[in-house]
Design a protein around this ligand. Structure first.
Ligand code: GRF
Length: 187
């Protein structure tokens, strides 16, 4: 049995998609979802889906070993960041080398780094008149969006696209590929 713990800060549609994808796979368990935002919609999703979910605050995350201990207690094999906005502290990276993966809604190394998340990414892509964008799934290291790339997929941007329609296209790629890449990493 492989155990995944998902970190999410917001809506959690990727978290839900991953949970659904593995729901009929007896060898993969979503052991928990963790969030740094007590009002995050991902908590409602976990309620509905029957997945244990937990909130933590900044001191627990940054200034203690509480999260590492928690993950070890769950016998976590893979940590999946799905819309998680805080930088991962060194103790966590050291405890799970190459076992923490993130999805970024653009083709890194472009449109990454601190402050580049969510709609800001899609707006910047549109403002620069890009003709394509996509997703990057990558390992997490101590710098935002800089770990080794595992997988990328692209989508075309039409002149008529808006940041909103670009976001929809990117989400489609995320839903299609992220669970499959996770499955491969676990095998
Ligand atoms: C996704 O676009 C993901 O790539 C990015 O944050 C967004 C999270 O969306 N890291 P959701 O919370 O999964 O709906």
């Amino acid at each position: 049995m492989k155990r995944i713990v998902i970190f999410a800060s917001g809506s959690g549609s990727n978290a839900e998609n991953i949970i659904s994808f593995f729901s009929d796979n007896p060898s993969v368990n979503i052991a928990a979802v963790l969030t740094n935002k007590s009002s995050a919609k991902v908590l409602e999703r976990c309620d509905r889906l029957g997945v244990p979910a937990f909130y933590f605050n900044k001191p627990a995350f940054k200034d203690s070993n509480a999260i590492v201990d928690f993950l070890r207690g769950l016998q976590t094999d893979l940590v999946v960041l799905a819309g998680f906005l805080w930088k991962i502290p060194e103790n966590l990276i050291k405890a799970y080398p190459n076992k923490i993966v993130n999805i970024h809604p653009a083709l890194l190394p472009n449109y990454g780094g601190k402050g580049m998340y969510g709609d800001r990414v899609h707006k910047a892509v549109k403002d620069n008149n890009e003709t394509e964008t996509g997703i990057t799934i990558h390992y997490v290291n101590e710098n935002y969006d800089e770990g080794a790339t595992i997988f990328q997929a692209k989508t075309v941007i039409e002149p008529s696209d808006t940041p909103e329609t670009i976001a929809q296209k990117v989400h489609r790629l995320e839903y299609e590929h992220f669970p499959k890449v996770i499955e491969k990493l676990l095998s």
